[in-house]
Ligand binder design. Structure first.
Ligand code: PMP
Length: 391
């Protein structure tokens, strides 16, 4: 019997993630070098894992406050003030979540009325558009271009604003392009948000991972923006804690209160083990973060040089751990390029089209893989490009 009719109308058309489909193929193959992974290859630093072990030893096996353990919220307030220059009240403006994923979902559910439009720059993280649809919102993509370093411009955003526009989602450094943003452009975007009374959801998950001394600025730190921004951050990337599933949202008290209702009834609180580990990460994790960041930077230098060397034009990404080269010079679509590279050379990259239509013509190469593997992958990719071009 067909049970499709039991599925809600807005859920039925949502496609499954293109990345997952692709990696199901990868998993059936052996000896593949994967540049497809969207998470750190490093294990969580040992002192953070130890904190999780001690947490269990001490019998921390109960619920915490719905908002999160007070000590962790205080540490988050200190961290965000120190690194982003934004002051949040740990009692009323911070909520500890199951990663940025749940923070984003709670924020969207808290602010959207059915039919509200949400702008986001694209190519982007695969979850944005479906997350908006799941909250009965309407996703509106604003395309970015390699020529602009994949920076969304205030001008491009302005062109998509309608009376139904409710919110703008930003993610710098960006998954999948590694793009970052300038203070000048962010100021223009902020002025636009104030003019049109938009809420900003700012996904800061890669903010610690910037290179060449690039400064990371959160839009929430600009004048007049804290009151209209939901600041989303977590531990998955900089602290290599994806499996802990821990993150947070900071927002003005009324917004935090609204998210809290969704959080409280939906999930109660984040895991106490993960919260204890996160506290250790904030208190003592800086040297480990710096060490991993330096390794990513060395890998980025290698991978970007190699890609450009084989004729795949690639901007120098100033953040995250992704290179996003153009593959148009091969004459293949991003899907064809990725599938053939996988079959013929056993290297997995992600087709840019998985990140939205404006990702077509590009592939995402993650450098959250050892330099040794990256070197082999680059050699194989160069051979592949030569063969495809018939040289
Ligand atoms: N935002 C972006 C831009 C991401 O790339 C990811 C993970 N790939 C997430 C959010 C999800 O993060 P978390 O593990 O904190 O849920």
């Amino acid at each position: 019997m067909d049970s499709t009719r039991h599925i809600a109308r807005h859920v039925r058309p949502i496609p499954k993630s293109g990345i997952r489909d692709f990696f199901e193929v990868v998993q059936t193959m052996s000896d593949v070098i994967s540049l497809g992974i969207g998470e750190p290859d490093f294990d969580t630093p040992w002192h953070i894992r130890e904190a999780a072990i001690y947490s269990l030893e001490k019998g921390h096996t109960h619920y915490t406050s719905n908002l999160g353990a007070p000590a962790l919220r205080a540490a988050i307030a200190g961290y965000v003030e120190k690194h982003f220059h934004i002051a949040y009240c740990p009692k009323s403006e911070i909520i500890v979540t199951i990663g940025v994923s749940q923070a984003l979902d709670a924020a969207l559910r808290a602010i959207l009325n059915p039919g509200d439009e949400v702008l986001y720059h694209e190519p982007c993280y695969v979850s944005y558009s479906p997350s908006i649809v799941l909250c009965h919102g309407v996703p509106v993509a604003v395309a970015t271009r390699a020529e602009d370093g994949f920076r969304v411009t205030a001008e491009a955003i302005a062109a998509k604003i309608t009376p139904r526009t409710r919110a703008l989602m930003l993610n710098f450094p960006t998954n999948p392009t590694g793009g970052t943003q300038t203070r000048e452009e962010l100021e223009k975007i902020a002025a636009l948000c104030i003019k049109h009374d938009l809420v900003v959801l700012s996904d800061e998950i890669y903010s610690e991972l910037t290179y060449d001394g690039a400064e990371h600025i959160s839009i929430a730190s600009l004048p007049g923006m804290q009151e209209r921004t939901v600041f989303l951050h977590g531990f998955s990337k900089a602290f290599a804690m994806t499996g802990f599933r821990i993150g947070y949202a900071c927002a003005p008290a009324p917004l935090t209160d609204a998210m809290m209702k969704i959080h409280q009834y939906g999930i109660l609180c984040a895991s106490i083990t993960a919260q204890d580990a996160a506290l250790e990460a904030l208190e003592n994790g800086a040297p480990a973060v710096a060490g991993m960041r330096a390794k990513y930077e060395a890998r980025r230098n290698y991978i970007v040089d190699s890609l450009n060397g084989m004729g795949l034009d690639c901007i120098n990404p100033l953040g995250a751990f992704y290179a996003f080269p153009s593959i148009t010079s091969t004459g293949l679509s991003s899907q064809e390029f990725s599938l053939r590279l996988l079959k013929e050379k056993k290297v997995a990259v992600v087709p840019g089209s998985a990140f939205g239509p404006s990702g077509e013509g590009f592939v995402r190469c993650s450098y959250a893989t050892s330099l040794r593997e990256i070197k082999i992958a680059m050699k194989r990719m160069a051979e592949f490009c030569k063969e495809v071009r018939g040289k």
